[in-house]
Design a protein. Structure first.
Length: 131
């Protein structure tokens, strides 16, 4: 909700960088209290970390922040709620992960919830339309 109010007034990249810097700082402070820190010099680890930072974090938050500039917060929330569904589908397609019945049912409930939310928004818009 807060991002929906802030995003239209600011450029996407600086806003995303502030979000990520704040989250990173808070995680760095809390991290040692939650779990022992282990660092590795393995280049594969650093390559994976760079990939996750750029694509799974910066790009994802950038797209979400951009979407919040042009879409109502409720619509962005509905779309974002599909994230676990798409994650499960990609895991099944890319690495052959098998979904349990509970996971499939959960995904179906998420999709149903998004459909109901979108249908409700469409009905409210139609009711407000003149004519």
């Amino acid at each position: 909700v807060a991002l929906g109010r802030i995003a239209p007034r600011h450029a996407v990249l600086p806003l995303v960088l502030v979000q990520l810097a704040t989250t990173g700082a808070l995680a760095a402070i809390a991290g040692p209290f939650v779990e022992a820190q282990h660092f590795s010099g393995d280049p594969r680890l650093w390559l994976a970390l760079v990939y996750l930072a750029l694509f799974a974090t910066l790009l994802a938050f950038g797209v979400q922040t951009w979407a919040q500039k042009i879409l109502p917060p409720v619509r962005v929330a509905l779309i974002s709620s599909l994230e676990p569904v798409f994650a499960a589908l990609w895991a099944a397609l890319l690495i052959g992960e098998r979904l349990t019945g509970h996971e499939l049912a959960g995904g179906a409930l998420i999709v149903l919830g998004v459909a109901v939310g979108e249908a409700g928004a469409a009905l409210r818009a139609r009711a407000r339309a003149p004519g």
